[in-house]
Design a protein around this ligand. Structure first.
Ligand SMILES: NC(=O)c1ccc[n+]([C@@H]2O[C@H](COP(=O)([O-])OP(=O)(O)OC[C@H]3O[C@@H](n4cnc5c(N)ncnc54)[C@H](O)[C@@H]3O)[C@@H](O)[C@H]2O)c1
Length: 364
């Protein structure tokens, strides 16, 4: 079993990674000394696949288990569904030490996390992420929350889990497009922090996408280690954690301009990372070779690298509405080389003139 520690003083916790860990979840959670009544929150896709396995292991460890299954989809990540979850939790025999177990992808993790953070002013949370994205990103670091009609993740809180249990074998049932989408965030870690991970991905992308056990476990552990380190240094995104937004400013603009229907989040981030690499080269911050390597790896993962053909003005408007705007400038994460990025506030004029010069096309 692999383990990674997130160091946050008294809120520190372990991320445990192992094929088949789902079957051991009961005894592991039991060892955390929590209440004996547990609530599993999942959705109508993941529930039928893994609910029985999780209930069985929890019951073997003598937990009484109740399950809440919500419909599958980002559109249910709302305050009204949190209220429904709270009311359901209230109908169970829980106390302030009863664990809530989030079994699902990032949507379930964010919602169950927010429900746990707010139910009875906070009950223990265990993350059991089941998508690649949630295993390497959203289940770690404590960001929880829901969307408002006005914007994504607008209501939430920082609330760290007691433990994260990662079973890479559950990725076997994940849709290939979701797997590739998660791979975009894996590639991001290589670009922002770990040149070795980036080269490993260049050599092993096919194996990873075919779920080779040792390749995948190694990738997941490396990504968790990076996310844990960044979270430990900057829990509340006051500084360093912002580098995790590499590709996200432009990626969010792509998502907004296509009404969140055309691209998965990771696909939009892939387009955003290709764009960030291109502007980094264009503005002389990184070499053209590094930019080409980034774009090629995204392509090798089967991810999109060209933004939809909309006007520079539309993109600029969408980027200006982003949460990451500072004093009228747009905060962008740019690349110095593969493995090293930095944050810069860029003026709207500079961005618009670059967009007009043809950010959308690759340099031949
Ligand atoms: N909290 C954070 O730090 C953070 C970071 C990044 C993203 N997020 C959030 O995460 C969400 C996206 O997460 P996601 O990409 O995991 O999407 P998701 O949770 O919607 O899961 C994608 C799809 O895969 C299904 N699924 C999950 N696990 C499966 C499995 N093992 N087998 C078969 N199907 C499975 C889900 O039911 C869903 O249909 C967004 O809401 C985003 O805002 C949060």
């Amino acid at each position: 079993m692999e383990s990674v520690r997130v160091n946050l003083g008294e809120r520190s916790y372990l991320i445990l990674i192992n094929n088949g860990i789902l079957d051991q979840a009961g005894e592991i959670i039991f060892s955390c000394n929590l209440g004996k009544n547990a609530a599993v929150i999942t959705n109508t896709t993941v529930g039928p696949l893994y609910r029985a396995q999780v209930i069985k292991t929890l019951e073997q460890a003598l937990f009484h288990v109740d399950v809440i299954e919500i419909p599958d989809g980002e559109q249910y990540k709302t305050l009204s569904w949190i209220e429904r979850i709270h009311k359901k939790l209230l109908s169970f025999d829980l106390d302030r030490n009863s664990p809530i177990i989030a079994l699902g992808g990032g949507v379930i993790g964010d919602m169950a996390g927010f429900a746990a953070a707010t139910f009875m002013r906070g009950v223990p949370l265990v993350q059991v992420p089941t998508t690649l994205l949630s295993q390497i990103d959203s289940s770690i670091g404590g960001k929880t929350g829901v969307n408002l009609p006005e914007g994504k993740n607008m209501v939430g809180s920082f609330y760290q889990p007691r433990m994260v249990l990662i079973d890479p074998s559950v990725l076997a049932t994940l849709d290939m497009r979701e797997l590739r989408s998660g791979m975009a965030e894996v590639i991001k870690y290589g670009i922002i922090r770990d040149q070795q991970l980036f080269s490993f991905l260049q050599r092993n992308m096919d194996e990873a996408l075919h779920l080779d056990e040792s390749v995948l476990s190694s990738i997941i552990k490396t990504c968790c280690t990076i996310k844990a380190a960044i979270t430990s240094l900057d829990e509340r995104e006051n500084g360093l954690r912002a580098i995790l937004n590499f590709g996200h400013t432009f990626g969010h603009a792509v998502e907004t301009l296509t009404n969140y229907t055309e691209y998965k989040h990771g696909e939009a981030v892939s387009i955003g990372m290709a764009a960030a690499a291109r502007v980094s080269a264009e503005w002389g911050y990184c070499s053209q070779e590094d930019c080409t390597e980034v774009v090629s790896l995204l392509e090798a993962a089967g991810l999109p690298i060209h933004p939809p053909a909309l006007s520079g003005g539309d993109y600029l408007d969408a980027m200006q509405k982003d949460k990451k705007r500072v004093r009228g400038n747009i905060r962008m994460v740019l690349m110095r080389r593969i493995g090293e990025v930095f944050v810069e506030e860029v003026s709207s004029e500079k961005i618009l003139s670059t967009l007009k010069k043809g950010l959308l096309a690759d340099k031949k």
